[in-house]
Design a protein around this ligand. Structure first.
Ligand code: IDC
Length: 317
């Protein structure tokens, strides 16, 4: 079991080759949770809840700020919730990812101006803060939303806006719901300290997607799995623990950092908490997904064991 390390020990992160390194040059593993959409589940993006993820081994918290579906585009005040969650994670010595969570607004270019203003503000606020990473577009998707015509030009607009304030690591989504890392890798961005995001759901994606990732890495592209789930890609079904084992072993082999979807109590199998869980949740509130995910955290401080009645739980213990 590895030792838990947060911002105080790792310091400001850099990308070296295909890996994240800390300020002393050591390889870094960020392993943690993503919030659900904070327009719905902000309760679990509050301090007590984030602190529980730390107690269970997480050293990073991803703040998923949806742009659509009642998120930032129609309710820009939600940025205040992002700031509060980021401040809370930082105060716990954890890294925080600010995620511009595009989804139904398929093409990141369609709201690029708003994204520029948002990230200008966030990077100005956190410019001297070693614990913040910027994820500029969750999942570009839809017909015609290609790397060359949409995502790369968007990244080329956004990255300089953030770079005006900080050299922090920037995570760039890839077309096809952040699966086409190989396509991005074949036509890479010309900036330092950027990584391409790979998203996978163990009940839907397998060896074919891992092959795309291998191709990206072998051509020198750094990859960050900023969203993965034990369910199917629609957030339900499973939980697929054996398939998740194969994925996490793969990520471990390449030292790929990751955030699990999702820290909420929604009645869906990808949610780590049981419906009705409080903000200050504990082990007894973990769903099958949550039990599995926290049991597999890279540096968990305690063992989570399956309960007797978890007959279909196939955790790694
Ligand atoms: C899902 C949520 C679900 C919600 C839906 C639409 O789990 O409760 O109704 O979004 O907002 C993604 C997305 C992520 C999805 C997740 C599971 O980034 O927002 O969350 N998923 O479907 N990409 C692949 C899967």
């Amino acid at each position: 079991m590895k030792t838990w390390k947060g911002v105080r020990e790792y310091g400001a992160l850099k990308v070296s080759g295909t890996t994240l390194i800390g300020s002393s040059g050591e390889a870094v593993m960020l392993d943690g949770m993503s919030s659900h959409g904070i327009q719905w589940y902000s309760k679990f993006a509050r301090k007590k809840s984030i602190e529980m993820t730390k107690k269970a081994g997480a050293n990073v918290f991803r703040v998923a700020m949806y742009t659509g579906e009642g998120g930032y585009l129609t309710n820009p005040k939600i940025a205040e919730d992002v700031i509060r969650a980021v401040d809370d994670a930082l105060s716990l010595d954890m890294y925080a990812i600010i995620d511009w969570h595009i989804l139904t607004d398929n093409d990141p270019l369609s709201n690029a101006g708003k994204a520029e203003a948002f990230f200008a503000g966030m990077s100005r606020r956190y410019g001297n803060e070693p614990g913040v990473l910027y994820e500029i577009c969750n999942e570009p998707n839809g017909p015609g939303v290609t790397w060359t015509s949409c995502v790369k030009p968007y990244a080329e607009r956004l990255i300089p806006v953030i770079r005006a304030n900080t050299d922090a690591v920037i995570l760039v989504g890839c077309p096809n719901w952040s699966q086409d890392v190989d396509i991005a890798a074949a036509d890479p961005l010309d900036f330092d300290n950027i990584m391409y995001t790979l998203h996978f759901y163990a009940g839907t994606h397998g060896e074919k997607l891992r092959d795309k990732c291998r191709r990206a890495i072998s051509s020198g592209a750094p990859v960050f799995a900023s969203e993965w789930g034990v369910s199917r890609a629609n957030g339900t079904g499973g939980v697929f623990t054996k398939e998740s084992d194969a994925w996490l072993d793969f990520l471990d082999r390449y030292n790929i950092s990751r955030c699990n979807w999702n820290l909420s109590d929604k009645d869906e199998t990808s949610a780590a908490l049981l419906p009705g869980s409080p903000e200050g949740w504990g082990e007894k509130h973990l769903s099958l997904s949550g039990r599995y995910v926290f049991a597999r955290m890279s540096c968990r401080p305690f063992e989570i064991v399956p309960k007797n009645n978890d007959s279909h739980f196939q955790g790694p213990m």
